[in-house]
Design a protein around this ligand. Structure first.
Ligand code: SF4
Length: 224
């Protein structure tokens, strides 16, 4: 059974306005070509529930937020159990997700376990398989619709590598979000070349001009 790959004990960058730790869930149901968390995605993890709970106990009073990331945390069998452990200790929980498990997110939200979600919008429908190595666009789409229906507190973000997504693709994705009813910020984060990723990508050959993106949503940049 897949477990936890590692824990980052302290961060002020991964959860807005919170002092947090990051729990990195092993495994993922996508294989995004730009993904540099190759080791996390391909691992089964070694850290079990007891060890995470001991960590959480030691951080009470020192942190106010926990981030579930990965890998894909909602695809990991420990997700709900550990979300309950986080909330039992009164931490706020942020979930970073590719949106591929709307039913798991719904269960967790119904139980009041999640406070904030960062939802990855990987690619427009016609490019989704090529970018993610998965056929999970409709699942992502269901998650987006569900979060909008219940007016949940979430953000949408896209990693940009100009050889995979053009300015026109981003404009189209922004329009898709707008048509679904999303009115929050649309975050763009630049591909980060660590020298290792599933697609053996390096810096893009194509140019990418932010000024060419038309968007009814406010676009916010990270690492550009
Ligand atoms: S970037 Fe893609 S492959 Fe990597 S962890 Fe996220 S969803 Fe999985």
């Amino acid at each position: 059974m897949q477990k936890i790959f590692s824990i980052t004990p302290f961060t002020t960058l991964d959860y807005p306005d919170k002092v947090a730790a990051v729990v990195w869930f092993a495994g993922c149901n996508m294989r995004c070509v730009y993904c540099y968390n190759v080791e996390v995605v391909d691992s089964n993890g070694t850290i079990g529930t007891d060890e995470v709970c001991s960590f959480l106990d030691r951080r009470i009073g020192k942190l106010n937020g926990i981030v579930f990331s990965g890998g894909e945390c909602t695809a990991n069998p420990l997700f709900l159990k550990l979300a309950r452990e986080v909330k039992a200790r009164n931490f706020c929980l942020k979930v970073d997700t590719n949106g591929s498990h709307p039913e798991i997110l719904k269960s967790a939200i119904d139980e009041g376990l999640i406070d904030y979600i960062a939802l990855d919008f990987k690619a427009p429908k016609e490019k989704f398989v090529g970018v993610t190595g998965s056929n999970l666009y409709e699942k992502f789409s269901s998650t987006l619709k569900y979060l909008l229906e219940i007016n949940f507190d979430f953000e949408v973000r896209t990693t940009v590598h100009a050889d995979l997504l053009s300015e026109i693709d981003i404009a189209k994705m922004s329009e898709t979000l707008y048509e679904f009813g999303y009115r929050g910020n649309y975050y763009l984060q630049k591909f980060f070349d660590t020298g290792e990723n599933f697609g053996n990508l390096s810096d893009p050959k194509n140019s990418f001009d932010l000024a060419k993106i038309t968007s009814k949503l406010p676009i916010k940049l990270r690492n550009f």
